[in-house]
Design a protein around this ligand. Structure first.
Ligand code: AMP
Ligand code: GLY
Length: 402
């Protein structure tokens, strides 16, 4: 079976997805929408003005959506109407990510463990800390604050409600702080069956400091070593998610990302996303030996129960290179040198002639596989240069303190 795929999105995650599809035995033609200059050469660009018409004209069979925004805007509903299959949730189920309150109601209804919370739309006095404040809506990963001082908590709550993120922070969840190690479980749902990738870990904080800023993610690795009890609890969690989606007749083919925390001997859900994580996807797709096009084909056929992943040996890791002032600031227009030919996925870059320049946000992802993949990735990261380059040197595949 050969399919024409269209990958939607511009970052390192989409680069990783597109590269795997370009290598797939199930891929006939690869089209890209929004690709940055670091991977625009591996597929054909489609006309931006009228993407659906352009996709139809080019006989696109399957749209694969990387980021959350188009999913939350309902892109898959539109493509499905035009007769194009999709890997990506519909607008209704994208609310698992676009509304933290919707996600809480889903978890409450299906007895899925999560932190206690209160939803507020006007200022209330926060009396005890630590506490977690979460804007209800989508804020590009910047709407969550873990706060350890009461005064600061009240200040942040007031700022959020005053419209720091517009409508997205008109309602805020004041959430119980849970202490524990985090795990990202990325699963593919085919409308009937749920199939999970290996558990991954994402390092969201800018540095190892507990109260350092939350970012889109500064690194990731997979698989995470788990004890027998944790593996068993993870299976229980996965089954409860599968059962919930089955009971809801959730009618989509796409990713569900469970952001989990190991707390008081069980997994609690911190958040849902409706896409692969970035940078977890880069680590997972580096680790995956199977054919991604085949996986998507099985999902579209609603046969994920028959699918078995093949993985590489060892561990796969990803380190994100950003500007030193990310996420508050960014680097634009700085020349990048020392780029290797493989093992990297591009994000915030622009090409001029044969040279690459920084172009904001997370600049690129360096990935490696082996027994000590972070060491290998750090060596590559050290050989890449641009002004104010930053990456987390503390990352280690054994860092989990389970
Ligand atoms: P979220 O976008 O909801 O996953 O939150 C971003 C990050 O904030 C998570 O990855 C955690 O590190 C932290 N966080 C979120 N909710 C909680 C919580 N209830 N307790 C402790 N940390 C949390
Ligand atoms: N790595 C977490 C995310 O993609 O939101």
């Amino acid at each position: 079976m050969k399919l024409n795929f269209l990958v939607y999105g511009s970052g390192a995650r989409e680069h990783a997805i597109a590269k795997k599809l370009a290598e797939s035995n199930f891929c006939n033609k690869l089209f890209l929408y929004g690709a940055n200059d670091g991977f625009s050469n591996i597929g054909a660009a489609l006309d931006e003005e009228n993407l659906i018409e352009s996709a139809k004209k080019n006989k696109v069979d399957v749209l694969v959506v990387g980021p959350e925004n188009p999913l939350c805007d309902g892109i898959t509903d539109e493509f499905l109407k035009a007769g194009i299959k999709c890997i990506g949730v519909n607008k209704y189920w994208s609310q698992l990510e676009s509304s933290k309150y919707f996600a809480k109601l889903f978890m409450q209804k299906h007895n899925i463990k999560t932190a206690k919370y209160k939803l507020v739309d006007s200022v209330t006095d926060i009396l005890s800390v630590p506490v977690v404040l979460k804007a209800d809506g989508l804020c590009k990963g910047k709407g969550v604050s873990v706060v350890f001082e009461r005064e600061k908590a009240n200040k942040i709550l007031a700022e959020l409600l005053a419209g720091k993120f517009g409508d997205a922070s008109g309602q805020v969840l004041i959430e119980e702080y849970l202490l524990g190690d985090e795990l990202s479980l990325i699963s593919l749902w085919d409308g009937k069956h749920l199939l999970s990738f290996l558990p991954a870990r994402d390092f969201k904080r800018k540095s190892s400091e507990l109260d350092s800023l939350n970012t889109g993610g500064m690194g990731a690795y997979t698989p995470v070593k788990l004890s027998d009890v944790q593996l068993q609890k993870l299976k229980v969690y996965e089954n409860s998610l599968k059962k919930a989606l089955q009971e809801e007749n959730a009618n989509f083919v796409g990713f569900i990302y469970s952001g989990l925390i190991w707390h008081e001997d069980d997994f609690y859900v911190l958040e849902y996303n409706v896409r692969m994580g970035d940078p977890e996807a880069q680590a997972l797709l580096t680790h995956m030996d199977s054919d991604l096009g085949e996986l998507f084909y099985f999902a579209l056929e609603k046969r994920l129960d028959e699918y078995e992943f093949r993985w590489k040996q060892g561990v796969s890791a990803c380190i994100v290179l950003s500007a030193a002032n990310y996420p508050e600031g960014s680097s634009v227009g700085k020349k990048i040198t020392g780029l290797p030919d493989s093992g990297i996925y591009y994000a915030g870059v622009k090409k001029q002639g044969a040279e690459f320049f920084t172009n904001g946000g997370r600049i690129l992802s360096v990935c490696a596989n082996g027994e000590r993949p972070f060491n290998s990735a750090k060596k590559i990261a050290d050989s890449i240069h641009f002004e104010d380059k930053y990456y987390r040197r503390d990352l280690d595949e054994n860092q989990m303190i389970f």
